[in-house]
Design a protein around this ligand. Structure first.
Ligand code: THU
Length: 139
């Protein structure tokens, strides 16, 4: 689990930039590439609620915009909770699972989340994307 602490810590830092005036729920994500780079993301809300972008997709789209692509990614860490409150378990939403499935080998890609605080994460859960999104849509 120690290996994941750095990634969770990056997600924790990313969460500080969350823009969530409507839900008050702040999420941070950190996407790890197979060559060791980390892309951070936070949720970015909008007055037109459907225009909101989740933290996981912010990280993914940032990586793709930076030239990363299919097969480049190893894992993503996610932390979330009420803006000034404690972390709660934050598994990725269905849209983010599908968005990730476009770019990863679902049998190998790890999705993890935890509670606690930076430097003292607890109850870390780790699953492959295939476990979280069986039968993903693909063209
Ligand atoms: N949210 C994420 O950023 N990731 C998820 O996987 C679930 C939900 C955000 C979207 C919205 O800004 C807030 O959490 C409440 O739904």
């Amino acid at each position: 689990m120690k290996d994941w602490e750095r990634l969770l810590s990056e997600a924790y830092a990313a969460r500080k930039n969350s823009y969530c005036p409507y839900s008050g729920f702040a999420v941070g994500a950190a996407l790890l590439t197979k060559d060791g780079a980390i892309y951070r993301g936070c949720n970015v809300e909008n007055a037109s609620f459907g225009a909101t972008n989740c933290a996981e997709r912010t990280a993914l789209f940032s990586a793709v915009a930076d030239g990363r692509g299919k097969g480049d990614f190893a894992a993503i860490a996610i932390v979330g909770g009420k803006k000034d409150g404690e972390l709660v378990p934050c598994p990725p939403c269905g849209i983010c699972r599908q968005a990730l499935s476009e770019f990863v080998n679902a049998e190998e890609f790890t999705v993890l989340w935890a509670v606690g605080t930076d430097g003292a994460f607890e109850d870390c859960e780790a699953h492959t994307l295939a476990e979280l999104l069986p039968g993903a849509f693909a063209l």
